[in-house]
Structure formats: C-alpha cells, structure tokens
Design a protein around this ligand. Structure first.
Ligand SMILES: [Zn+2]
Ligand SMILES: [Zn+2]
Length: 135
C-alpha cells in the first residue's frame, strides 16, 4: 500500500490529489506565463509524475501551449498543475497543498522579467546555490 505523503486540491474541492512520493521545495516564478495563469507570480513545488494521483478530477481540464500543459479547475478556476510534455515531473501550485506542507521557498526564477507593476523582488531572497534539484 503506497504511503501518502501529501494531499491537496482546488478551492471548490472538485480536484483532489495525493502525492505518493517526495516533493521538491518551492520555487517562485516571475515569468509572464505564470503571471497570466495565476494572476501574479506562481509558487510551485514538483513531484515525479508517477507519484501524482488524481483522486477527484471531474472538473480538471488541461490547457496546452508552448509544449506545456497546465491543469486547472473548470468550476472554481484554480490553477493546480503544469507539466512540460517531455518531462517526467509535474509541478504543483504550492498553495493548493493541504497544510502542513513541510516545504520552504528556496528560489525565485525569471526575476529578470517581472511584471511592470511591481519592482521589489526582495534583494537576497534568490537562492544563492541556484535551483534546487528538480527531482
Ligand atoms: Zn475547483
Ligand atoms: Zn513561470
């Protein structure tokens, strides 16, 4: 029987998932794709795709563009997942995890192209050792 380490879901509960494996620590992404998807910067953890088990997915749909698929809830509009087509990992929006997550934010990426409505990225919060292991 697999050990469920983490669980989560969207705002309305239409999408529920469990993660049967380790999660990467959280990366905050400033790219325009994430901003368009989430309404602002996005915070993602990630797991091996095989470890993501969708428990409830009746309202889950995938939007594909630029070789990436983004999973969202058609009922409440929550953005939950993204996955590069050729990658064996899936990213999970950190805010959709049930707490306690046990995770911490370790890096910010695409800091060179933030939205023009904010400028203070918090000097010194960019992880000095670069990106964590992508799993
Ligand atoms: Zn929902
Ligand atoms: Zn991004």
């Amino acid at each position: 029987m697999p050990i469920t380490l983490h669980s989560g879901g969207c705002l309305c509960g239409g999408v529920r998932y469990v993660v049967n494996g380790p999660l990467r620590d959280v990366v905050v992404c400033h790219c325009s794709r994430c901003r368009k998807t989430h309404g602002h910067v996005a915070a993602y953890t990630a797991c091996a795709a095989k470890d993501l088990e969708l428990v409830d997915e009746a309202t889950l749909r995938w939007y594909e563009a630029d070789g990436r698929a983004r999973g969202f809830c058609t009922a409440c509009g929550a953005s939950l997942f993204w996955q590069a087509i050729e990658r064996s990992t899936v990213s999970i929006a950190a805010g959709t995890l049930d707490e306690p997550t046990g995770l911490k934010t370790v890096a910010q990426i695409y800091t060179g192209e933030p939205g023009d409505y904010y400028t203070d990225l918090g000097e010194g919060t960019i992880h000095p050792e670069g990106l964590p292991d992508p799993l």
